[in-house]
Design a protein around this ligand. Structure first.
Ligand code: SAM
Length: 450
């Protein structure tokens, strides 16, 4: 059985080749690994990915070879050591160095191990004197290196949100998010679930905005809990809970969830509808439709009908047939970077343009399926206006059949002051609201499409 740090180096090397961190972690963290080691591996992998730019910046100051020119094992062994030295208090420096040197010796031989040892000793000697880009002279470069965000994204955010908001956004997107559980009100109440959690050794705190939300502060792996297996809750951030509340679904209605996997909002809407009515739940990827099915089975939801379907492809038969349509669109995910730090490095400026075009197509197609006087909710887990209000504004400019509908009747009152444009949309920011970054717009179809 490889040691935790060795596994972390292997996972980081695979992430560099294009695999998703979350998927690799769930694949590598097999049940035979102790909870303590699982926590360490997760910490090291997510910590390095999250702080990559700053870590490589530090290494490159003390190594003649730039990290990009090193072999992957050496590079990633150095990275996990630097992460432990600079970001974790509880690991003694000798442990952070020795284990990496041993990993490099095992995979790349004595010479590479000596190099690793020399670079790390040099870093430790100088660790209180690292010189970062000048904050006053080049603020954007400073933010990019110090908080480890790609320079194009920092520049984009400074242009959009200003300097101080961008800095607080970067800080909060680097925080470890709390896991939020949505109580499955089809099977239990919040009080009963709190009692179950207590009996299972799970420590919780109430949601910030929603009665159905409980933050899990400490817990055994949640999929091992009987309360999870019985379907009493589903991991779902409050921002996503608020998006399904924004639909205002009622028992007996016919709903389309056009981009539904893994089914967080679909199963929530089913609970809000007391499992009466019909929710058609599409996703373009068959393996993700399977996730909707599994969640419905576990949560005892009967009214969700999962289907593999591309929401961009127009279907004449569906025109004017749904009371409500929710488009929780595929997006850049800039609002959920704290949960998926690899988004920092996997997304490029051109992705925003191509995603925007995908979102426009889904919006144009699925809006046709809303009944007259019906509701369209559009949401993303992005904080980029191009994917959010710019899409909605462009859609409304072309479609006088739709108008903004007041979200005050649907979202928690603590959020009313954040509503914009006739209270028709809401952007949640981690640094302002404490939730994931999210955008939610509610539109009403006031006359048939021309
Ligand atoms: C933000 S996620 C949806 C999350 C989901 N609504 C929930 O609450 O659990 C977006 C989903 O859209 C799916 N998707 C991407 N392009 C699509 C398309 N053209 N048609 C339908 N689904 C699509 C992705 O596979 C992904 O599962």
């Amino acid at each position: 059985m490889p040691k935790p740090r060795e596994l972390a180096v292997s996972i980081l090397t695979k992430i560099e080749k294009g695999s998703y961190g979350n998927l690799l972690l769930s694949q590598y963290l097999t049940p035979d690994i102790t909870q303590k080691d699982r926590a360490l591996i997760t910490e090291l992998v997510n910590g390095v990915v999250q702080n990559l730019l700053r870590i490589d910046y530090i290494i490159s100051q003390f190594s003649k070879i730039h990290p990009s020119k090193m072999s992957p094992n050496v590079r990633n062994a150095l990275r996990i050591s630097v992460y432990q030295i600079f970001f974790l208090d509880r690991v003694p420096e000798f442990a952070a160095v020795n284990e990496s040197v041993n990993i490099v010796k095992k995979f790349s031989g004595a010479k590479a191990a000596n190099f690793t040892n020399a670079v790390l000793r040099n870093i430790i000697r100088n660790k209180d004197n690292i010189s970062y880009p000048d904050r006053d002279k080049n603020f954007e470069e400073y933010l990019s290196v110090y908080y480890s965000f790609p320079s194009w994204l920092v520049k984009r955010w400074v242009d959009l949100f200003g300097k101080s908001f961008t800095e607080s956004l970067c800080i909060s997107l680097n925080e470890r998010p709390k896991l939020c559980a949505r109580v499955n009100t089809l099977l239990t109440t919040r009080e009963r679930l709190e009692n179950r959690f207590r009996a299972e050794g799970v420590l919780t705190a109430p949601g910030l905005f929603c009665d159905e939300a409980l933050y899990i502060l400490s817990s055994p792996p949640i999929t091992t809990l009987e309360s999870f297996k019985e379907g009493l809750f589903i991991p779902q951030d409050e921002s996503s809970i608020i998006a399904s509340l924004a639909t205002g679904v009622k028992s007996g209605e016919k709903i389309l969830d056009a981009a539904a996997a893994p089914g967080g909002k679909a199963t929530h809407m089913a609970a809000l509808m007391q499992n009466k009515g019909e929710i058609i739940a599409w996703d373009v990827h068959p393996h993700r439709v399977q996730l909707i099915k599994e969640n419905c089975r576990r949560l005892k939801v009967d009214i969700v009908k999962p289907e593999v379907k591309d929401a961009k492809v127009f279907d004449e038969n569906l025109v004017d047939t749904f009371d409500k349509v929710i488009i929780d669109a595929p997006c850049s995910g800039t609002g959920v970077i704290r949960r998926k730090p690899d988004i920092k490095w996997s997304k490029k400026p051109e992705d925003i343009i191509s995603l925007k075009s995908e979102q426009e197509k889904i919006l144009n197609t699925c809006s046709c399926y809303v009944k007259p006087n019906g509701i369209l909710v559009y949401s993303t887990c992005s904080i980029d206006p191009e994917e959010n209000e710019k899409n909605i504004e462009a859609f409304l400019a072309k479609n006088d059949s739709f108008v903004y509908d007041d979200l005050r009747n649907y979202v928690p009152k603590e959020l009313h002051e954040s509503l914009e444009n006739h209270c028709g949309y809401l952007t949640l920011y981690p640094n302002l609201h404490g939730t994931d970054g999210f955008f939610i717009a509610r539109l009403k179809k006031v006359k048939p499409l021309r």
